[in-house]
Design a protein around this ligand. Sequence first.
Ligand code: AMP
Length: 118
Amino acid sequence: MPTEPETTLFGRIARREIPAQIVFQDEDITAFRDVNPAAPVHILIIPNKTIRTLNDATQEDERLLGKIMLTAQRLASELGIADSGYRIVMNCNHDGGQSVYHLHFHLLGGRRLTWPPG
Ligand code: AMP
């Protein structure tokens, strides 16, 4: 669990200080249901440690980021959307639409998603 003095909303969810519907957690990452789902399946996958945006990830995080992708793959299968299809979204900074400054990947599925995004 993160020990950094910098506290983020999602860091507090990872430490279970704020309630969330956690669907997976290990020593590196936490996955939980988005409180305002944009699709029937909408999971957020985060590193437990504080990384504010993708811009703040470093070479040291290479394995962590790969693990997040493979966790998304596994959760998609477990949640029954692997074959129908899904989307992974990561919003970075203001123009990307990021609203919570703790790196997170959206796993969206369970309906036909439109393209391009707005
Ligand atoms: P983004 O706009 O990419 O930063 O996405 C932030 C996401 O976090 C949004 O989809 C919100 O609905 C979601 N969110 C915000 N607060 C919470 C919370 N306490 N628990 C679960 N999801 C949250």
